[in-house]
Every structure is written in structure tokens, then in C-alpha cells.
Design a binder for this molecule. Sequence first.
Ligand SMILES: [Zn+2]
Ligand SMILES: [Zn+2]
Length: 175
Amino acid sequence: MAMICKVDQLKNIDGFVGELRFELTKAEAADLCRLELAEGNLAFSGRAEHRNRVIHITGVIELILARPCDRCGEPVSIPLRCDFAEDFTNVPEKADEGAMSEEEEVHFFSGDEIDLLPYVEQAIYLALPMKTLCRPDCKGLCPQCGTNLNENECSCDQSPIDPRLAVLADLLNKG
Ligand SMILES: [Zn+2]
Ligand SMILES: [Zn+2]
């Protein structure tokens, strides 16, 4: 099941409010939007409200995302709960109005359905922490042999390189 909001009724009746509830399984999320869930489902619950030819969709997205650790690459579970708020209109002039002001963009739609998934996906990416670490003191991988230093020690020389030599090494690597 994708995240299709049916607006055939909603778009014609000012003041109409509809409840929205979507759930994507792990397989569906991977398939439809390349979000990898660690466990459970991706859940969206919210409402759609028609006010003066604009459909305001608000809600909450909950999921547990799986992301690789920035240092060692091991999967990390990241529980996320993010707010969702987007406006849609099928009146082209209204959509243009929105694009003019930087505050709130009003997305244009036509037909009887709005696919919320791309917007939900965007909201999730915006809510992601800047850094993903499996633990605060993750030691990462050995830059020389690739050993996961959280699990094993390796015999590579880990002493810091002289900064002047580091610049040289950098240049050589680029060349
Ligand atoms: Zn790590
Ligand atoms: Zn090593």
C-alpha cells in the first residue's frame, strides 16, 4: 500500500476533514521509497482538511530507521517521530501564490489522489540526526586494514601522521 490520499470528496467540499492513516511494512518501505526500517512499520497518522481550495495535510510519522554507523558501517536503529505538514491545491493560481512566498509552499495536484509518500520521505530525511553513530565512542574501522576496531585490534601503526607529511600524503593520494 502506498500513501495515496483520496481527495475526490475532500477537494469539492470546503471545510471537509478526513482522517488519514497509513502503514508501510519493512518490505514496502524498501520497495517504494528506499527507506530501510530496522523493525516494525512506518506509520503515518493525521488528517486532511479542505480550507478555501487548499488541502492542508498534517500528521505524525513514526518509524525505526536502520542506518549505517558513520564510522564503522554497522547498522544502527534510529527511532524517529516527526511532524508532517504540507499544503496542496488543484487550483494552479493558488500553487503559484505559494511558490512566491518563501514561507509555505503549496504543492499542485490534479485528479482525485495525492501521493504523500515523496513528502513523507522528505520529512523523514529532514528529521534525521546529522551524525549516525552505533555508540558515542565508536572506534570505527582501521583506515589501513579495515578491521572493525570495536571488535578487534589490528597490528597496523595507529600513531598519528606528522601533519606536514599528511599534506604530502594527501597530495599523493589525489594525484
Ligand atoms: Zn560504529
Ligand atoms: Zn589495521
